[in-house]
Design a protein around this ligand. Structure first.
Ligand SMILES: [Zn+2]
Length: 78
């Protein structure tokens, strides 16, 4: 009878321990979301003079196409 009581106490202790662990896992915050991509993908254009790739927002538009610098636009003869 004494052993049965000890066994019961041990069983309850294990049950409480497992229950506590389960609660602990549930309380844990969810894993952090992956970092967002650095800005939206930008359209790249190629300089009509030297072939350099640059963002469309930085390109200088010319009659012959986009240019990387105003100098290249002039150098292209436009
Ligand atoms: Zn260029």
């Amino acid at each position: 009878m004494k052993y049965l009581l000890v066994l019961a106490v041990v069983f309850v202790a294990i049950w409480l321990w497992r229950k506590g662990r389960r609660d602990e896992m549930r309380a844990r915050p969810p894993p952090p979301a992956p970092p967002p991509a650095v800005g939206p993908p930008q359209a790249m254009v190629r300089c009509a003079y030297c072939g350099l790739h640059l963002p469309a927002s930085d390109a200088i538009a010319g009659p012959g196409g986009p240019y990387c610098t105003i100098e290249h636009r002039h150098a292209a003869g436009h």
